[in-house]
Design a protein around this ligand. Sequence first.
Ligand SMILES: C[S@@+](CC[C@H](N)C(=O)[O-])C[C@H]1O[C@@H](n2cnc3c(N)ncnc32)[C@H](O)[C@@H]1O
Length: 269
Amino acid sequence: MCGLPADRRALPLTDARNLPWPDSVVQAVITSPPYWGQRDYGFDHQIGIEPTWPEYVDALVEVGREVRRVLRPDGCLWLNIGDTFNTRTVIRPSSHQAGLGHDNESTRLSWAEARDRGLVRYSARQPAMKDKDLMLLPMRVAAALVDDGWWLRCDVIWSKPWGAPENAPDRPSRYHEYIFMLTPTAKTKFYKDRCPEAARSVWEFPVGVGGDHRAVFPDELVRRCVTLSTDPGDVVADPFAGSGTTPRVAESMDRIGWGQDGAPSEHYR
Ligand SMILES: C[S@@+](CC[C@H](N)C(=O)[O-])C[C@H]1O[C@@H](n2cnc3c(N)ncnc32)[C@H](O)[C@@H]1O
């Protein structure tokens, strides 16, 4: 294939709204953008710390346009997004930021410090939300992508046998996330028979583990999406690659794995 980067394992560092890849070459994008209002990754143009949720949705629609540019017409976008509740919250630093660790109490920001750095979320200023509402952000993003021309072919529920404990006493604890299957056209490469464990829309496996880079994909999630929607030799890419799970797993399955991220990750190899 001409026009592809010679060193496909290099990790370009660009905004996901301006991807470093040519048009119409990627067979599957398997990705998880930052969830809204949860992490400060510590760099300009990061997605996820927009002051309001509609700005976050708009940012992901822009990413979606860029993903559609690089996807082949029969390609597929697997989009994993977590939800959150409409509460007043301090946005925590990510381990991207040298010297900071979100599990280290001594480096946690106070409300006043976080507010001065623009790293707080106010429930009161979120349009169309009441305090404590589940925000339905995955659905709002999916609906906005459909409005922008995508086909939403399936919502997969990723059921987690265990996860971070939630301490809300007045509602059930949530142990699932969504993985949306979105396509740029109505006709997609798809091999349901190759992956019987993924043929139904509820997938169960634990969260990923990997260094101190949080929100790492489980290898199994990537393996299922690759098996369902690509052939050996196809390009599989992740514009929010983080620790590089998608390209690593894709290459282990004889696909061409591309990753890129807005910030370097010391765990990407
Ligand atoms: C949830 S993590 C992805 C983790 C990844 N799935 C893994 O297995 O390690 C989200 C990533 O998005 C990156 N990010 C945030 N804003 C970005 C932007 N505007 N463009 C590209 N990457 C961005 C962060 O640096 C972070 O690595």
